[in-house]
Design a protein around this ligand. Structure first.
Ligand code: UD1
Length: 369
């Protein structure tokens, strides 16, 4: 009798999960050793946060959508757990594969570990050292519960060992997000097309910015200072700003819409994956509080200013094109001017950010499971 294939429950919940799971799902399906089962928790549900990404990444429709929607952290996490548990119970021979650091990652890992089902965490060991970030709590707890921890950069192993995790459980495989980037870059949407859809002509040069972290957008004063900074940069070259739903809501609530004037700042609806790749690849400069964009700009060789005081992805600074600037308007403007004058950091591509990380994950799984 051939051994029955293990069902790998691949969890996606929020936008940054899709580009990580897409190449892993494809590699699992091609392996002949595993059956990938795609579970969407429904943490993100807007078409612009969701459907377009699936289409562009070639991800099949989820086998199941738990439709949890938005809520407080406690409610959202608890709802995912409540709805995921029966799925695990009904699945023969399961393992649970989670990626990144969103609430769905933590919730599904917690359900599985209590049932002694193997938990695999992709993008393990990243630490900002900032426990006020919900993602940092999700990272620490998910890693503690995981049987196999796949890391994107070497510093992650030191973080995990410091937290008492056995090195034998940790596998340095590289960055699956860069697997997606390399596979999809040739299909990126040209910025002219993106801007035309929003009624803007393409300027000769532009910057791209994204903002969505609660620490940056929930306090009206901090949000105003950040928008003022982008607006000031926009006097030199327009800043394209795709707006996350949270950010859009906060800008409106704080009465800051006037900054989105269509001249210095060009506001867009949330950008799809291929749209964002196209914008980043041609930007002179990217300003962001996203984790993934710090990595993508490093892979693209485009200078990035991170509008935070810390990063969980230090290799993007030590080897890549990233610089931490925080939220101080003077620091942001000085750093931006420096990049516009000098071209900024060129960086190099970190080890194993070569488009083969998913293959390494599946090869490791075949050996271990
Ligand atoms: C989540 C992740 C964050 C990730 C981000 C990417 C956690 C703790 N945070 O944050 O790590 O970087 O996704 O986008 O898991 N909303 C919509 N439509 C949607 C989803 C959300 O309008 O499809 C609105 C919600 O109503 C809420 C806000 O956006 O007002 C926040 O959404 P939520 O999923 O709670 O967290 P994110 O801020 O997106």
């Amino acid at each position: 009798m051939p051994k029955s294939l293990r069902n790998v429950l691949c969890i996606v919940g929020a936008r940054p999960n899709y580009m990580k799971v897409a190449p892993i799902h494809a590699a699992l399906a091609a392996s002949g050793s595993f059956r990938p089962v795609l579970i969407h928790t429904g943490q993100h549900y807007d078409t612009e946060m969701n459907d377009a990404f699936f289409r562009e990444l070639g991800l099949p429709a989820p086998d199941l959508n738990l439709e949890v929607g938005s809520g407080s952290h406690a409610v959202q996490t608890a709802e995912v757990m409540r709805r995921f548990e029966p799925i695990v119970d009904q699945t023969a021979n399961p393992v649970v594969l989670v990626v990144g650091d969103v609430n769905s990652t933590l919730a599904c890992a917690l359900v599985a570990v209590k049932k002694s089902i193997p938990v695999l965490h992709v993008e393990a060991g990243l630490r900002s050292g900032d426990r006020t970030m919900p993602e940092e709590i999700n990272r620490i707890l998910t890693d503690q519960m995981s049987d196999m921890l796949f890391t994107t950069e070497r510093s992650a192993l030191d973080n995990l060992i410091r937290e008492g995790i056995a090195a034998a459980r940790v596998h340095f495989v590289g960055n699956v997000m860069i697997d997606s980037l390399r596979a999809n870059l040739p299909r990126a949407v040209p910025p002219t097309q993106t801007l035309a859809v929003h009624g803007f002509a393409q300027p000769p040069a532009f910057a791209v910015a994204t903002l969505h972290r609660p620490a940056n957008v929930d306090d009206p004063d901090i949000l105003r200072r950040l928008l003022e900074s982008l607006h000031a940069i926009g006097q030199s070259l327009p800043v394209i700003l795709p707006l996350h739903p949270r950010t859009k809501g906060r800008v409106q609530a704080a009465g800051l819409d006037h900054f989105l004037d269509g001249c210095a700042i060009l506001p867009l609806r949330p950008a799809s994956y291929l749209t964002m790749l196209g914008l980043m690849a041609q930007a002179r400069l990217v300003l962001t509080d996203s984790g993934g964009i710090q990595e993508e700009t490093t892979a693209l060789g485009v200078p990035c200013l991170t509008l935070r005081d810390n990063t969980e992805r230090p290799v993007t600074i030590s080897e890549g094109t990233n610089t931490l600037v925080g939220r101080d308007p003077d620091a942001i403007l000085t750093a931006a001017r420096n990049i516009l004058e000098t071209g900024g950091k060129r960086g190099r591509i970190p080890e194993f950010w070569d488009g083969r990380a998913s293959d390494r994950i599946v090869a490791t799984m075949i050996q271990a499971l």
